[in-house]
Design a protein around this ligand. Structure first.
Ligand SMILES: [Zn+2]
Length: 346
């Protein structure tokens, strides 16, 4: 479907268009929805690699929160690096013969354009899914239905999901879940805490997910390959509980629809308080609080996360070689319960 209206003044969409142009026949772009503000913005999904439903897939998402530009930029930087490498990198071409990659780097373009966390209706997309926390959530930040004028608004009770959240869910269901033997999603955010975190579900409950052994195995693969990586790997519920988390919703749907298959969604939360600590001026800038303010620091942030994104693609392509089975699965579940849920070591 053609892009309805070039939005040249939103830098992230302009970059995406340029990358798609550079990628030529290696990339496919499709319009998966529109966001309405004072003007309309396209919701774009870009795919590359083998389109056959039988191969595993990875989805990379960014820009869900309009204040966290760096999330969109990290996803765009990774897509850009793939496009330039495809010109010469035979190994990458081989990898993409057995893998599908899906990109939605600008989930909330109107929020980016307006410089708001929420979409133009005041809805926080990451609180917008129809899933309620099972225990008490922190006031406001856990999601609220009091007012669109307050942050972390979930949208009206019983209302359909916002165009942006619905488009993200459709992309995940169509591109990552339908017929896939295995899929991983990485959604890039910034703004929580001092450390870079990789969060996995649940956000709505302290209960461990069914695929905890798989998550533990993925985490260990990464730790073995990148001994000095910067991340804290943990379930989001270790930090705080929230209503309406899109990834909880999609994970639960995947478990119901295709119980035997693995779908591992992760959220990269880049620890922006660190940037503030190094440059207190950032506190005075609305954009700066969630984004590195200085050019070289931004470069470093982009570079820092590319190994993780690259790893995820390789791990998905090789999932049959490392997904735990049988007794190994139960052994890992014990280790993971001890590591993240205060359980007794197996
Ligand atoms: Zn965010």
């Amino acid at each position: 479907m053609p892009d309805p209206e070039p939005s040249a003044d939103l830098p992230e969409l302009a970059v995406l268009r340029r990358i798609v142009q550079d990628g030529g026949a290696d990339l496919q772009q499709r319009l998966v929805g529109e966001a309405d503000a004072e003007r309309r913005f396209p919701l774009l999904c870009v795919t590359l690699g083998n389109p056959a439903p039988g191969v595993p897939a990875v989805g990379f998402f960014g820009g869900v929160h309009g204040l966290e530009r760096i999330g969109a930029e990290v996803v765009l930087a990774f897509l850009q690096s793939l496009v330039v490498r495809l010109r010469w990198d035979a190994l990458l071409r081989r990898l993409l013969e057995s893998l599908r990659l899906v990109f939605m780097p600008v989930v909330n373009p109107a929020g980016l354009w307006r410089g708001t966390r929420a979409n133009p209706n005041g809805v926080d997309l990451m609180r917008n899914a129809p899933v309620d926390a099972t225990e008490r959530v922190p006031f406001l930040v856990g999601g609220q239905r009091l007012s669109a004028g307050l942050p972390w608004y979930r949208g009206a009770d019983g209302a359909p999901m916002q165009a942006e959240s619905a488009a993200l869910c459709r992309v995940v269901e169509e591109e990552l879940l339908t017929g896939r033997p295995f899929a991983i999603a990485v959604d890039c955010h910034s703004g929580f805490g001092l450390r870079d975190r990789l969060w996995f579900p649940f956000a709505h409950s302290r209960r461990p997910i069914e695929h905890l052994p798989e998550m533990h195995a993925l985490c260990e693969l990464f730790e073995q390959a990148h001994a000095h990586h910067p991340y804290v790997f943990e379930p989001q519920s270790r930090q705080y509980l929230a209503h309406g988390d899109l990834w909880d919703h999609l994970y639960l749907r995947a478990c119901t629809a295709t119980p035997g298959r693995g779908f591992l969604p992760l959220t990269l939360e880049m620890g922006s308080w660190l940037w503030v600590k190094k440059n207190p001026r950032q506190l005075l800038s609305r954009h700066g609080l969630f984004n590195p303010l200085i050019g070289h620091r931004q470069q470093r942030v982009l570079r820092r996360h590319l190994p993780w994104l690259d790893f995820v693609a390789r791990a998905a392509a090789s999932h049959e070689r490392w997904l735990p089975r049988g007794d190994e699965r139960e052994r890992r579940r014990g280790l993971a319960l001890a590591r993240w849920y205060g359980g007794a070591p197996a």
